[in-house]
Design a protein around this ligand. Structure first.
Ligand code: GLV
Length: 309
């Protein structure tokens, strides 16, 4: 029996996804852009934001597979049916990129590269003697699939690593709940945001969070811009309380050319590339999901609509 999978991704990514999915899926699957099928012919849609059309009106849909780890854009589609399984992307290559990106930012802070960059701008040869990794605490907000390899990499490099999670549990990384966040922030040298976007996490990182952080600490945002109150972040940087921010994600992307982050001496900015999707390995995950779908086995990385991610 033949099956149909429709792809909906931004124009600069769509051909790469189509090629990778054709390569990864077995011959029983026809893979085309969503528009190539009549709506009732589609069993699976693989989608990356921004969505060019609503996910409503596909009467035979059995799975919506996000091509991104973050699903907040898909969840905002008013036509989304909660009775159709929606799965997040789970791509080992993305997770490995995320680990390297977070490691790079934490090491840049630990080795004072941010301060040397500012010194270089004024030809200042001042040597800064730092501390051992074991004297630095890195606190993750979130410990999902995207955060865990990064947290492990930092722990293995000798840093003290903890993570705020919804339900604290015994874990290879020390976890704690939201109620302990303030106490933890005071001992944090680097705060790393890897949260999903939910009603509880939107604008969670505000003036209060920055004020609680240890003086001279750093902030790394590799999750979403909407988690942060930008003016509060700028105020914390301007006062010097926060030594540096490493920002990969923004409330508006691309970041508008006149945004103060661009030229801020205490900001290192990357264009949402900490963990880019990698179609060849992402498509292999989709292929495994489709095998599970065909066999009636439980699908992986399903979104919990109540939790909001
Ligand atoms: C990228 O930001 C993603 O959610 O995959």
């Amino acid at each position: 029996m033949r099956h149909n999978l429709g792809v909906m991704a931004p124009p600069n990514e769509e051909d790469r996804w189509l090629g990778a999915l054709v390569e990864a899926l077995d011959d029983s699957w026809t893979v085309e852009r969503v528009e190539a099928f009549a709506p009732d012919q589609l069993e699976v849609i693989a989608a990356a934001p921004p969505l060019r059309r609503s996910l409503s009106g596909f009467s035979n849909l059995r799975l919506i597979q996000s091509l991104w780890a973050g699903v907040e854009v898909i969840l905002k589609d008013p036509g989304l049916r909660t009775d159709i399984p929606l799965a997040r992307m789970k791509d080992p290559q993305m997770e490995a990129s995320m680990a390297l990106s977070v490691l790079a930012h934490v090491l840049a802070f630990h080795l004072h590269h941010d301060e040397y960059r500012r010194q270089q701008a004024r030809s200042d040869w001042s040597q800064i003697y730092g501390v051992a990794p074991g004297e630095r605490t890195v606190t993750f907000l979130g410990l999902g699939a995207m955060a865990r390899p990064a947290a492990r990499a930092l722990r293995d490099a000798g840093f003290r690593v903890g993570a705020m999670v919804r339900s604290p549990r015994p874990d290879e990384i020390e976890t704690f709940g939201r109620d302990q966040l303030d106490a933890r922030l005071a001992k944090t040298d680097v705060l790393v945001n890897v949260l999903p976007v939910t009603e509880e996490t939107r604008e969670l990182i505000d003036a209060d969070v920055f004020a609680e952080l240890a003086n001279g600490s750093a902030f790394v945002n590799v999750a979403r811009g909407i988690h942060v109150v930008d003016d509060d972040l700028l105020a914390a940087l301007d006062s010097g309380h926060l030594r540096h921010a490493f920002l990969d994600v923004f409330r508006t992307e691309p970041l508008p050319p006149d945004h103060p982050f661009w030229l801020h001496p205490r900001v290192t900015l990357t264009p949402h590339m900490a963990a880019p999707t990698f179609p060849p390995s992402g498509a292999r995950f989709v292929a495994q999901q489709l095998v599970r779908l065909e066999r009636g086995e439980p699908l992986e990385h399903l979104v919990d609509h109540d939790a909001g991610y």
